[in-house]
Design a protein around this ligand. Structure first.
Ligand code: NDP
Length: 498
């Protein structure tokens, strides 16, 4: 997966970034005591690159640990979802997981009392599916307007730059919906002993859609097979004094020693009828679905079995976004999820860049074909000479596949769907009215200009476009046809359409 062509094998030659061999690595000076010459470009290059080594720290979940692994299906759930990742018992999908603390900065200690981020990127055959969750099934807020404010209270005081209990409790006291998550945070599970000993939760309610287009609501759970293990406050304080990277160290060494951590992957399912009758809002991120009513159904096993070769390349540049959904797995009315669908993609655009999806850890393992182009550090040949616009008439260009269309979704009286804006719209009357407003000479100038430009397009495109002029006004079409050199006397090239 990684490009190892630059990895040293036997005594590789030191070069500049542009590949020129470096003879001696001492600063180039006028005499043994200096000064340094500006022409020592290799030195300048090293200094300049060093000054730009960091990318913006994640505002939330800055401190992370990651590993590659696999997801293996253990149960057929095709009655609930058509998602390719679940398509057959025994099917294995490569994945990458990033664990994190929420509040601490990139250098924060691991064994702190905090929620843990638990993000999984499944490289499925039908696109990357990012399940961006936590080690808790609920969250502090249910209205996305509160998220940024909540995180401010978890970070540092604007004046003292200290973590501030007054800020935190002031916010929580104003937001009683936080009580469930506060209870989990201050319970014995608030300081995990290691990342291998935590559960993961998708937390939000998602939708599953089967091949018949039927939808159920779903919550995802990852149950650690290592068992839950936590630290007491005293043990955590002692550990932080000795080792600030205890979770990173434990995960890395466990995998290096082939003691691969595993999780049972489970779903809870709620039908639309059950959702309508549920005593709580099933899309409220501060609520669980009680296990007794919505039992956990095991669907697979996740194993982490490969350490990243390079922390920055794979863990720091890993860009997760809940909007990375695949056919058969969809969003829900959960307000916080709806906000995160935009916010995470946006933060990765800022943090990693517009082409973050082309970095190896983020790159789908399946073919990617679209009309997104260019931007800083565009890789992958930038699709070469392929067209960069849609719709088009190019036979080899990528086209939507209607078999992957999501079913329509009834929201009260409203039907949510992807409506074709061309249906029931009159694109021709007003263009024709304008044409009819012009005097004869103006009509001729118009047709001549259009003819001159349109003649440079392919004949098939000329024919299609000519029809539109005819639909607006027969005379409009005839005039443009004259300048295209197309004989329409023998029969109209298209039917009138309004
Ligand atoms: P259940 O008795 O059916 O579920 C209990 C759940 O609580 C188990 O999943 C258990 O996890 C988990 N749990 C135990 N101690 C803690 C803790 N200190 N922090 C977080 N989770 C813990 O009851 P309900 O389904 O009615 O849930 C009761 C409460 O359990 C919820 O309000 C929620 O706080 C918590 N919970 C519920 C989950 C759900 O999906 N229903 C999921 C996780 C937590 P485990 O099995 O791994 O020991």
């Amino acid at each position: 997966m990684h490009d190892t062509s630059n990895t040293p094998t036997s005594c590789p030659r030191l070069t500049t970034a542009n590949g020129a061999p470096i003879g001696v690595q001492h600063a180039l000076t006028a005499g043994p005591r200096g000064p340094v010459l500006m022409q020592d470009v290799a030195l300048l290059e090293q200094m300049q690159h060093f000054n730009r080594e960091r990318i913006p720290e994640r505002v939330v979940h800055a401190k992370g640990s990651g590993a590659f692994g696999t997801f293996t299906v253990t149960r057929d759930i095709s009655k609930w979802t058509r998602a390719n990742v679940f398509s057959a018992i025994g099917k294995t999908t490569e994945l990458f997981v990033r664990f994190s603390t929420v509040a601490g900065e990139r250098g924060a200690a691991d064994a702190e009392r905090d929620v843990r981020g638990f993000s999984v990127k499944f490289y499925t055959d039908e696109g990357n599916w990012d399940l961006v969750g936590n080690n808790t099934p609920v969250f502090f807020i249910r209205d996305p307007y509160k998220f940024q404010n909540f995180i401010h209270t978890q970070k540092r005081h604007p004046q003292s730059n200290l973590r501030d209990m007054d800020m935190q409790w002031d916010f929580w006291s104003q937001c009683p919906e936080s009580l469930h998550q506060v209870t989990i945070l201050f319970s014995d599970r608030g300081i995990p002993a290691s990342l291998r000993h935590i559960n993961g939760y998708g937390s939000h309610t998602y939708s599953l859609i089967n091949a018949a287009g039927e939808r159920v609501w779903c919550k995802f759970h990852f149950k650690t097979k290592q068992g839950i293990k936590n630290l007491s406050d005293e043990d955590a304080a002692k550990l932080i004094g000795e080792d600030r990277e205890s979770h990173q160290r434990d995960l890395f060494h466990s995998i290096a020693q082939r003691d691969f951590p595993r999780w049972r992957v489970c779903v809870q399912i709620m039908t639309e009828a059950q959702a309508a009758a549920f005593r709580w809002n099933p899309f409220d991120l501060t609520k669980v679905w009680p296990h007794a009513e919505f039992p956990l159904e095991e669907v697979g096993v996740m194993e982490l079995n490969r350490n990243p070769e390079n922390y920055f390349a794979d863990v720091e540049q890993a860009a997760f976004k809940p909007s990375a959904l695949v056919p058969g797995i969809g969003s829900s009315p959960d307000k916080v999820l709806q906000a995160r669908l935009m916010s995470y993609a946006d933060t990765q655009l800022h943090r990693v860049g517009v082409n973050s999806h082309q970095i190896p850890v983020n790159k789908p393992r399946c073919p990617v074909m679209n009309y997104i182009r260019d931007g800083a550090l565009a890789d992958a040949g930038n699709y070469g000479s392929a067209p960069n616009y849609w719709p088009n008439t190019i036979a080899t260009a990528p086209k939507p596949d209607a078999s992957f269309a999501d079913p329509a979704w009834r929201l009260g009286e409203t039907i949510v769907d992807r409506y074709d804006s061309a249906v029931d719209h009159d694109d021709f009357t007003q263009a024709g009215n304008l044409f009819r407003l012009f005097d004869d000479a103006h009509r001729d100038r118009l047709a001549r200009r259009i003819g001159g430009a349109l003649k440079q397009a392919r004949p098939a495109v000329q024919q299609l476009q000519l029809c539109h002029f005819f639909r607006a006004d027969e005379n409009y079409g005839e005039r443009v046809a004259k300048y295209l050199g197309i004989d329409v006397k023998s029969g109209k090239p298209c039917h009138a359409r309004v």
